[in-house]
Design a protein around this ligand. Structure first.
Ligand SMILES: [Zn+2]
Length: 442
């Protein structure tokens, strides 16, 4: 169990760059599709090779681009409902194994530098020939205590590979970091008011917390990824009762309420089994979004009864579901009027209209049309985000600088173009988070 993962998330000092398609503040058409040309590179060290290179080569296209549900491409296609496409950057779908001159070490900055250099020698330049670079290397001698690493946001993932295939549990999570998502923590606010909350482990409602890929990502993270259309995310400007449909799955309706709460936002969602997601999640959930950073949301848990250990998925589907949330400081309250069967009714009061009202146990909503038929739990979901290791800020900064230098040979070193849209570039002020994911030894 890990109770202070947030404290071990390193904030690097480097400046990073984000393409327009990944930034929710950048308006674009609801039907815009972002296409990421993704390049998995099999990397070997001077003194360490894949034990079964043929098997790694055979598995890599399936892991990233395969038609099965547990490929990265299929996973993001379903989760984004077609808004985000992971496509191969090269016909062969991967490159390598590429032999680096360095001895095996967990120096991800140097691995990145040498890999990009080797790719450039093959005529492959980041920004011109590929958008996302995923470095897959044999774990036996690296000494890394993580299974994967991803830049937040950004184009880089590192997979410290044991065995012959990267699982979606690791690869999906790291690519989630590339979308600008940090780790989703949980805040226990058991006295009924958000004024007094304590961090307690990770959220089980997101693969960026402890939920695994079967949870997909939560509403604030969907907003951060820009995967909700304007009609699906309502910026609540006045008190009222709103009907929510499930966050995931096909169909129309409101998937997220985005409520002003002082300088922060309160995002409310309704979760219900849909497609590959949320077979074990049910109910209305609330998240605090600091300032407007939707990639750094925290699950708000008001339930005294649920003291599930921080990183363990709760046994009950509706654990962590809210019936009401009150934030007296900002005079905001939310009450679940009805919830169940695929939809929820949520009453939102601004300006302190309802702060003293008792909230009854919500009724069960009438069942709407059935969602997707349940599908098997994601096979790649076997690796919960148990523990996190701290990234080294200096190394992170140097990794950024190194890659920028190398990319400069191909033009604007900061360019992370996307196929869809004009990709206006925006500098994100000091904040390249590099988050690590410790390998879980079964
Ligand atoms: Zn992580």
């Amino acid at each position: 169990m890990n109770t202070s993962a947030l404290g071990r998330i390193a904030l690097a000092t480097g400046i990073t760059v984000l393409s327009a398609g990944l930034l929710p503040a950048t308006a674009h058409a609801d039907d815009a599709v972002v296409e990421r040309r993704t390049l998995p590179v099999l990397v070997e060290f001077a003194d360490s090779s894949f034990q079964d290179a043929a098997a790694v080569k055979a598995s890599t296209p399936d892991t990233y681009f395969g038609a099965k549900k547990d490929s990265l491409a299929s996973f993001f296609s379903e989760l984004s409902r077609g808004k985000y496409r992971v496509v191969p950057a090269v016909d062969e779908q991967y490159v390598g194994p590429v032999k680096l001159s360095m001895a095996a070490a967990c120096d991800y900055g140097e691995i990145n530098t040498q890999t990009q250099k080797a790719l450039a020698e093959r005529g492959l330049v980041r920004g011109e020939d590929y958008d996302s670079l995923s470095m897959v290397f044999p774990a036996q001698k690296t000494g890394c205590d993580w299974a994967g690493l991803g830049s937040v946001p950004g184009p880089y993932t590192w997979i410290n590979l044991y065995g012959t295939a990267g699982g979606l549990g690791v690869v999906g999570h790291e690519f989630g970091h590339n979308l600008g998502l940090g780790h989703q923590m949980r805040s226990m606010c058991t006295d009924g008011d958000l004024v007094d909350c304590k961090e307690n482990g990770t959220s089980a409602k997101s693969m960026m917390g402890g939920g695994g890929t079967a949870a997909g990502i939560s509403a604030p993270e969907m907003i951060r990824a820009d995967w909700l259309a304007d009609s699906e995310k309502v910026k609540v400007a006045k008190s009222g009762t709103y009907t929510l449909r499930s966050l995931h799955g096909d169909g129309n309706g409101i998937r997220a309420l985005d409520i002003p709460m002082g300088e922060d936002r309160l995002v409310v969602e309704y979760r219900h089994a849909a497609g590959s997601f949320d077979q074990d999640i049910e109910g209305v959930h609330a998240y605090r979004v600091p300032k407007v950073n939707y990639g750094s949301s925290t699950l708000i848990d008001m339930t005294e009864a649920n003291k599930t250990a921080g990183n363990e998925a709760p046994a009950d589907a509706d654990a962590d579901a809210i019936t009401s949330v009150i934030d007296r400081a900002s005079k905001v309250s939310v009450a679940v009027v009805a919830s169940g069967g695929g939809r929820a009714e949520v009453k939102v009061s601004l300006e302190g209209a309802d702060l003293s009202a008792d909230v009854d146990t919500p009724a069960t909503a009438a069942a709407p049309a059935a969602e997707h038929t349940a599908t098997d739990t994601d096979a790649g979901d076997g690796l919960p985000d148990k523990t996190e290791a701290q990234g080294n800020a200096d190394e992170t900064a140097s990794a950024t600088a190194d890659s920028a230098d190398l990319a400069a040979t191909g033009g604007d070193s900061n360019t992370v173009p996307i196929a869809a849209g004009g990709a206006a570039l925006l500098l994100v002020g000091a904040g390249a988070l590099v988050l690590m994911r410790r390998r879980e030894r079964a």
